[in-house]
Design a binder for this molecule. Sequence first.
Ligand SMILES: Nc1ncnc2c1ncn2[C@@H]1O[C@H](COP(=O)(O)OP(=O)(O)OP(=O)(O)O)[C@@H](O)[C@H]1O
Length: 226
Amino acid sequence: MLTVEQIESFYGPSQALFGVDLQVNHGELVALMGRNGMGKSTTIRSVFGLTPARRGRIHFRGRDITQRSAHRIAQLGLGLVPEGRRCFRSLTVRENLVATARPGPWDLQRIARLFPRLEERWGQSAQTLSGGEQQMLAIGRALMTNPHLLVLDEATEGLAPVIRQEIWRAIGELKEQGLSILLVDKSLRELMPLADQCVVLEKGRNAWTGLPTELSADLRDRYLGV
Ligand SMILES: Nc1ncnc2c1ncn2[C@@H]1O[C@H](COP(=O)(O)OP(=O)(O)OP(=O)(O)O)[C@@H](O)[C@H]1O
């Protein structure tokens, strides 16, 4: 589905990634992990062409997307739920969802089934939603593009426990439905039962890759600080 090979990415003269590798197979949920500032968001930004990789290769569904524009990459079926839940604040929930819609199995009805709480607020403007509801809307917007791969960057960060539970339940349902998912999150307890593979970054490099069950206390302490 997605293969990232030895990418190196920069912010101006400052190098953030020093040869990151990553693979997401069809139907897999891959957790991208690491402490703050280790390069998780930059890896995602590079996959989406937002901080294009200067070296290395990124393939998505057999196509080389390394040099493609962000717009073209999204069209190929990569759905992003960015850090900071960007929605059109003055549009209603429904309008936000319709704005990103592309043909496929995901439509308003299916989003309503996944997040009943959102359906109750269809006519409200996005700016009146709570942080958790905005996050559900951000996930809904990404799903409405009918992606082959859904990428979530810190989808549960800073949310109330009950809302976090709802979002983890939804992510679990998406995985059960066979959607391929790449996810950045620090909630180990929720991630561990869902993840097929963990990729840990440190200082812009791969530090460890393996099964969640292999992520020992020692590794957690060394790479995640937990
Ligand atoms: N816009 C930017 N301009 C310059 N440097 C940046 C920018 N964004 C990130 N960096 C730097 O790139 C490196 C990787 O940051 P990145 O945001 O990818 O880490 P992260 O693992 O996602 O961290 P967090 O968990 O805090 O989101 C850090 O050294 C960071 O300071």
